[in-house]
Ligand binder design. Structure first.
Ligand code: T1G
Length: 679
């Protein structure tokens, strides 16, 4: 049975797609669309056509699961040309999303109507691609070159209202979409010639001479697009739309599309699309497990983490009660939150009304008892086991039955914290990343006794506060920080052996990381985890801390910083490292960049393999989601485990052995068996 059905409303043929969950433009849908247009063309009673989606959305694009497989005809470029060349006016009726190939179908239609809540976009760049069915040629002709650049090179959708204002949508619909779309089709059924997007020149002509829109756009996004191939290919394709007639422009588009599709970046980003969705699936949960309530949240601690965590819930419209020990700390914490909201409103990211509404949902208090009616309580106080146990023992007496008790610890043992209560099944780790109101990643730490519905609730709440959550087991540093440790340890050893902070950071930034281990240490604070005794100097970090070089906040750390926080290499640090080298009797030598990669990245993969062996991560792709969303690992490399597969596990094993590291059992087994972690 074809997912495409047709029926006549008077002389309008309504073509409906029913291909759940997102009306992906798989082979059967494409075939059905072509047949429907042929039906319309062949039936004289038909004066117009409406294309509409059943379910949650209009077409959300090509079927990504078909990528990498032999594609069957008709291909999408053919389908959209058949739609545009229909002899009757075709109206796309959009609800939910019109994304990628879905927007290309709409652009090939002669008219587009949409409900106000709809989103329109070309997110292909997020899959390492570009719109490959005429989108790079039709979109600038309809929405304008500037908007097309923004939409295609960033992949971010726009709302239907904005689409209407720029002429991408011809009418905003209130009420029944199908009914109004049919009425619209009846209004335009006699209008000729049919408006074909591919033939429009008015919005591209002005840019034939003045190229500044392209140079300015490239310049403005240099930092954001660093390392990515697809954004630049999208810009190039839109330049072709300006310089060439449609028939030639689509050839350039096709050539660029195939170039990207066969590249490693596209494969990595498509892998990551599904990795992110797979992370939401929790192993070992009984079918039908329902989430618990999540209507009121309690947060203990109004410091940087407590405040950021609270903002996530407030921004999602969920009331929060926040507790502090002292009034000044409470006022300082709520003041920072209000300041963050006002700053977002000033930048136009949210409206002043939204900022006010969010803060209106916050109840500050000095009394722990005020958390008695909360459904979920998140403790975010400083990292000390005794303090945390004390708080959880108190919460055990205060919190209502069925309340979930969570700790935001980055390292400590969740089972030990849970044992401080009489309800360990209600205890879970919720490890947010700083700044908690910005970073997308959330590690849900599954304790030995954590109940299935507690995990399901945590995952559901994560989605509500727009976090990407990954389940981790109880071990030191969970997934992300545990893999960070060997990297930091080796990076520090390499300093003593002759590398410099800038050399090591340059290798990581060149690899695609936002910053290297030492820039990151300076940002987070060199004094994190420091024993605070300046007389006790056991490593380079101690020496820096004793010299008051705590990082950016002190204007000095592994680097010196100017007033705009730009880092420069520091002769003081060089001297400190040299003194240590002598003290430790380490011979300085030339360090190659390959050695830096092997010792700081291969060791991470090795630790990732151990995490999988021990069941501390459900699957290798979860590790990749943690590193992309929590530590800025470049998505065009898929994540450490996907990258390891691309690099070659046998090469990684050889590199680790050459450097004298003990190779994880799982890594060695997979390398010997010629297997991979992620595919
Ligand atoms: N193809 C195949 N499966 C898809 C899919 C797609 N395009 N989009 C979603 N799914 C699956 C997804 O894996 C999940 O499966 C389920 O649908 C629900 O998705 C030629 C080449 C539409 C905004 O990039 O952004 O067109 O995990 O959990 O949060 O130019 O899905 O349940 O088994 O994300 O409500 C361009 C991708 C393709 C859009 C809905 N299109 N999708 O979000 O649900 S390339 C995209 C999304 C292209 C042409 C080119 C989102 C969504 P499962 P979900 P959601």
């Amino acid at each position: 049975m074809s997912p495409i059905s047709t029926k006549k409303h008077g002389d309008v043929l309504v073509v409906t797609s029913n291909n759940p969950p997102v009306n992906a433009l798989g082979h059967a849908v494409r075939e059905g669309l072509v047949a429907a247009i042929e039906e319309a063309d062949g039936d004289d009673e038909v004066k117009a056509v409406v294309i509409i989606g059943e379910g949650q959305t209009f077409f959300a694009g090509a079927d990504i699961t078909e990528f990498g497989r032999a594609m069957q005809n008709p291909m999408l470029p053919q389908v959209v040309d058949i739609i545009e060349n229909c002899t009757k006016p075709v109206v796309s009726a959009i609800h939910g999303t019109a994304l990628g190939g879905g927007l290309e179908v709409a652009l090939a239609s002669h008219y587009r109507v949409a409900v106000a809540s709809a989103k329109l976009g070309v997110p292909e760049v997020k899959l390492g691609l570009l719109p490959g069915a005429g989108g790079t040629q039709r979109l600038p002709r309809v929405a304008g070159v500037q908007k097309a650049l923004e939409m295609a090179a960033t992949g971010n959708p726009i709302g239907a209202k904005e689409a209407y204002e720029i002429g991408l949508v011809d009418r905003l619909i209130e009420g029944d979409l199908e009914q109004h779309a049919v009425a619209f089709a009846e209004e335009v059924r006699e209008i000729r010639p049919l408006p074909k997007s591919s033939e429009r020149q008015d919005k591209v002509e002005p840019y034939r001479t003045d190229r500044s829109v392209f140079t300015d756009f490239r310049k403005a996004n240099e930092r954001k697009f660093r390392g990515f191939e697809a954004p630049y290919a999208n810009i190039q394709a839109i330049e072709a739309a300006v310089d060439k007639p449609y028939a030639e422009g689509v050839l350039t588009e096709r050539q660029l599309f195939l170039q990207l599709m066969t590249g490693t970046q596209a494969r990595a980003q498509q892998y990551f699309f599904f990795a992110e969705r797979r992370a939401a699936k929790i192993d070992g949960i009984p079918e039908g497990t329902q989430p618990r309530m999540g209507k009121r949240i309690g947060v203990i601690g109004a410091g940087t983490m407590g405040g950021g965590i609270s903002m996530n819930f407030l921004s999602a419209g969920i009331p929060v009660t926040i507790v502090e020990m002292a009034q000044d700390a409470l006022d300082r914490g709520t003041g920072v939150m209000r300041g963050n909201y006002e700053a977002s409103a000033a930048k136009g990211r949210i409206s002043p009304g939204q900022a006010q509404a969010a803060m209106g949902l916050l109840t500050p208090t000095l009394k722990l008892d005020d958390l008695a009616d909360c459904d979920l309580i998140i403790e975010a106080v400083f990292e000390n086991m005794d303090v945390k146990k004390d708080i959880f023992a108190k919460l055990d007496k205060i919190a209502k039955p069925g309340a979930i008790l969570a700790s935001n610890t980055s390292y400590l043992n969740i089972d030990e914290i849970a044992a401080a209560t009489s309800r360990p099944e209600d205890v879970v780790g919720l490890h947010f990343f700083s700044p908690a109101n910005v970073m997308k990643l959330l590690e849900i730490v599954r304790g030995a006794k954590t109940a299935p519905d507690v995990l399901v609730t945590a995952m559901a709440l994560a989605k509500r506060i727009r976090k990407v959550a990954v389940v981790a087991g109880v071990c030191h540093g969970f997934i992300g920080n545990r893999m960070l440790m060997p990297r930091q340890v080796e990076a520090t050893k390499l300093l003593l052996e002759g590398a410099t902070p800038e050399q090591i950071d340059r290798v990581h930034v060149g690899f695609g990381m936002p910053m290297g281990p030492f820039q990151m240490a300076d940002l987070a604070g060199v004094d994190i985890g420091w024993h605070r005794d300046p007389s006790r100097i056991e490593n380079v970090r101690d020496a820096l801390c004793a010299a008051d070089r705590w990082g950016q906040k002190k204007g000095a750390g592994f680097y010196d910083y100017d007033e705009r926080r730009n880092p420069t290499p520091s002769p003081v640090v060089e001297k400190i490292i040299e003194e240590f080298r002598v003290k430790e009797g380490v011979e300085k030598r030339e360090i190659g960049n390959d050695e830096i990669v092997e010792r700081t990245l291969y060791t991470m993969v090795n630790e990732g393999a151990r995490i999988l062996e021990e069941g501390m991560a459900q699957r290798a792709s979860d590790i990749d989601v943690v590193w992309v969303y929590g530590y800025g690992w470049p998505v065009y490399r898929g994540g450490p485990m996907f990258w390891a597969d691309t690099e070659g596990l046998d090469k990684i094993v050889a590199g680790l052995e050459r450097r004298g590291f003990e190779v994880a059992k799982l890594l060695r087994e997979k390398a010997e068996a010629g297997e991979k972690f992620t595919r």
